[in-house]
Write a protein that binds this ligand. Structure first.
Ligand SMILES: N[C@@H](CCC(=O)N[C@@H](CS)C(=O)NCC(=O)O)C(=O)O
Length: 229
C-alpha cells in the first residue's frame, strides 16, 4: 500500500497530470479535494505557491506537477514513464518545459486578456504553438502513437490536460486547431482512449464552466495572478 496523499482540485489540469500518472502506476492514494476559492487553513504551508497539486509521501511534501510526476516515476519505477536513454529523457523534459513555459501560459493569457488587439495577438501565438508542435513533434513521430513514440510517457500526461480543455478556447475566444494539425488530432484521440485519461477526464461543459472566471476577467486566484504578469 503506497503511503500517498494528493491534494487536488477536480477542475485542475495540472493535478490531472498527476492523477493520470498515479493511475498508470496502479498506486493507491488518498485524494483531498481542495476548494480553490476557500483554501483550507494551513494550505500555504504545504503549497508555498498556493496551488494544487501537492503530493505527500511519508515525510516528503512536493508541489509543481512536473516535479511531482518525475518524483513518482523515480520512486515507483514500474512501469517506467520516461524514455530509457539519457537523450530520450532530455528530449522529454524539453517538451514538458515547452508546455509549461510556452503553451500553458498562452492558454491562460488569451483567456485573461480583455484588450481585443492583445487577445488577437495571443490567439495567433497560440495557433503558432499548435503548428510548432505539429511540425516538430507530430510529423516526425515515424508511426509512433504517443508524443515520444510507441510508449505513453510523462510528456503525454503533462501536455494532454490542456488539450482536453481546448474547447474552452474555442468557446470563449474562437480559437480552433488548424486543419493542417492532423497529427495533433490523432495524438489527442489516441491519448484520450487510455483508461488513466478517461478516469480523470471531464466533458466540454464542465471545462467551459470551470474557466468562466478567466474568460470574464474576474478570476483572482494565484494562477490568474501569475498568468497576468
Ligand atoms: N505550475 C503549477 C500550476 C498549478 C496550478 O496553477 N494549479 C491551480 C489550479 S489548476 C491552482 O491551484 N490555483 C490556485 C489559485 O488559483 O488560487 C503546477 O504545474 O503544479
Amino acid at each position: 500500500m503506497a503511503n500517498l496523499q494528493i491534494l487536488s482540485a477536480e477542475v485542475c489540469p495540472f493535478a490531472q497530470r498527476s492523477l493520470i500518472l498515479l493511475s498508470e502506476k496502479g498506486l493507491d492514494y488518498e485524494l483531498q479535494e481542495i476548494d480553490l476559492s476557500n483554501k483550507p487553513d494551513g494550505f500555504n504551508e504545504v503549497s508555498p505557491y498556493s496551488k494544487v497539486p501537492v503530493l505527500v509521501h511519508g515525510d516528503v511534501t512536493l508541489y509543481e506537477s512536473s516535479i511531482i510526476n518525475e518524483y513518482i516515476d523515480e520512486v515507483f519505477s514500474e512501469p517506467p514513464m520516461m524514455p530509457t536513454s539519457a537523450a530520450g529523457r532530455a528530449e522529454a523534459r524539453i517538451w514538458i518545459d515547452y508546455d509549461n513555459i510556452k503553451f500553458v501560459p498562452l492558454f491562460y493569457k488569451v483567456l485573461l486578456e480583455k484588450d481585443l488587439d492583445q487577445q488577437q495577438g495571443l490567439a495567433a501565438a497560440l495557433v503558432n504553438a499548435l503548428l510548432f508542435i505539429e511540425q516538430n513533434v507530430m510529423s516526425k513521430r515515424r508511426g509512433g502513437r504517443y508524443w515520444m513514440g510507441d510508449t505513453f510517457s510523462l510528456v503525454d500526461m503533462a501536455v494532454y490536460p490542456h488539450f482536453e480543455r481546448l474547447a474552452v478556447l474555442e468557446h470563449y475566444r474562437g480559437i480552433r486547431i488548424p486543419d493542417s494539425c492532423g497529427g495533433l488530432r490523432e495524438w489527442m484521440a489516441c491519448v484520450s482512449e487510455r483508461s488513466s485519461v478517461q478516469e480523470t477526464a471531464h466533458g466540454t461543459d464542465f471545462h467551459i464552466k470551470a474557466y468562466s472566471k478567466y474568460a470574464d476577467g474576474t478570476a483572482n486566484g494565484s494562477t490568474a495572478k501569475d498568468m497576468r504578469t
